[in-house]
Write a protein that binds this ligand. Structure first.
Ligand code: AMP
Ligand code: ZN
Length: 432
């Protein structure tokens, strides 16, 4: 049973719908100062688009374009037609602001509701949104989706674990949205409070907003005895509700009635084959207020070839492996933080938090990994701890080709964030 007829479209129907919506998007986008000028310069008109593949005739849009045209340069209608704004979570430079018409908000809520319905959440569920509200789209975006589906929706916001717990218990919450790093932190909070996470009535969680590994998902599922589904989105494409795991939990269906999906080689900008990792490029084809065409997300993923057993033909993307801009270069080796996480989280002795610190040591750059370890290991003697340290360092070497310094620290001692986790601290005096 589908929540939304668009979930059940065939490939041919989707292609036709995409072509039609892309053409309308170009027409709409040209009303904005940014695309109006750009398309005039490139001789692009709505007639440029005959089939969905013609999307490649359009120039790419970058984060820098959004910054250069901040705040209103991409609006395709007057500012008085907009009813909401959000901003991306970037901590440096000019933020990117995204604007929505009333209709856009409705579309977004219905996409989000579609995701939640797909994993079995129903109006009888009580839903607690444990992520930050405010400018972050994971607050209101998910909130309105849950309401659209008809759930009793609790806007708990981020942090304040004591209150989260009280709400979960008092209202018999059955489904939550929680950022994966906070889910692990919350689990250790419950442990300290002497509460078995499995005793909560919780059955399903939406986890996402930050890169995380399959190992982290498994941990969350086991600790709480729930099913946890990966949720992907970005403010530039509305926010959450862009791609979401189905009950198969094997890749995220990207809603192709609303977005055009491409994966390109970030260097050559040419499309890569299905199954090959590249940079995800997305186009809104169902947004009036601020259409964005061929946006370079900087997220690295691949299209999963083949059909999903669930029957939906909207193509699946693999979990995000990292961002083009979070690759670390150390001693000439390229490393993604998720490779480090994968090793750590597959080791039962390792606790829920870690931090990668890059430091300069004379002329050499070093990687230090601070790892929280479980309390029962921490009380062991130095020999046991030393052996664990060596084992972690060796496994890292296999995965990332360099041997990091490993520091074992007590459970709960590393800084934790209520929002997206910051996994890397770069203390190098000169960045390679
Ligand atoms: P923002 O627009 O500030 O909410 O940030 C969006 C970015 O968060 C995306 O471009 C991704 O880098 C990251 N992100 C969101 N959802 C996920 C997810 N499920 N897995 C990995 N990264 C994610
Ligand atoms: Zn599926």
């Amino acid at each position: 049973m589908h929540f939304d007829p668009a979930e059940a479209l065939s490939r041919d129907q989707l292609n036709a719908l995409q072509a039609e919506r892309l053409r309308a998007t170009v027409e709409r986008a040209m009303k904005s100062p940014f695309y109006g000028k750009l398309y005039r310069e490139h001789g692009i008109t709505p007639d440029t688009i005959k089939t969905v593949d013609d999307v490649r005739k359009l120039p790419l849009t970058t984060k820098q374009d959004l910054r250069d045209n901040y705040p209103y340069g991409l609006l395709a209608a007057g500012q008085d037609a907009m009813v909401r704004m959000h901003a991306s979570s970037g901590t440096t430079g000019t933020p990117t602001a995204i604007f929505y018409t009333d209709e856009d908000l409705h579309t977004w809520a219905s996409l989000m509701a579609r995701c939640m319905h797909m994993i079995g959440i129903r109006r009888s569920d009580v839903f607690q949104n444990m992520s930050g509200y405010g400018l972050f789209t994971g607050g209101l975006g998910i909130h309105y989706g849950a309401e659209h589906l008809g759930c009793l929706t609790i806007p708990a916001g981020a942090g304040n674990s004591k209150r989260q717990l009280k709400l979960l218990k008092d209202f018999n919450v059955t489904a939550v949205h929680i950022i994966p790093s906070y889910a692990l932190y919350f689990a250790s909070f419950l442990e300290k409070e002497g509460i078995d996470p499995k005793s909560l009535p919780l059955r399903r969680a939406l986890i996402g907003a930050e890169p995380h590994t399959e190992e982290v998902r498994k941990r969350i599922e086991e600790i709480f005895d729930i099913k946890a589904y990966n949720s992907y989105g970005l403010s530039e494409m509305n926010g959450p509700g862009v791609a979401f795991e189905c009950p198969e939990q094997n890749g995220m269906h990207l809603w192709e009635d609303s977005y055009i999906l491409e994966v390109i080689d970030p260097a050559s900008l040419e499309p890569v084959e299905d199954g090959q990792v590249g940079e995800l490029v997305l186009t809104t084809i169902r947004r009036d207020g601020m259409p964005i065409v061929r946006y370079r997300t900087r997220d690295l993923t691949r299209i999963l070839p083949g059909e999903c057993p669930c029957g939906r033909v909207h193509r699946r993307i693999d979990r995000i492996q990292g961002r083009t801009d979070d690759m670390l270069i150390l001693k000439g080796v390229n490393i993604y933080p998720m490779q480090v996480e994968q090793v750590l989280m597959s080791m039962p002795e390792v606790g829920s938090n870690y931090l990668i610190v890059l430091e300069s040591d004379g002329d050499m750059d070093q990687m230090c990994i601070r790892v929280e370890i479980n309390d029962d290991i921490f009380v062991e003697d130095m020999r046991v701890l030393g052996a664990l340290q060596t084992r972690i360092a060796k496994r890292m070497k296999n995965e990332i080709l360099i041997t990091p310094r490993v520091e074992l620290v007590q459970h709960g001692s590393l800084p934790h964030s209520e929002g997206k986790a910051e996994r890397v601290q770069d203390m190098r005096t000169r960045k390679s």
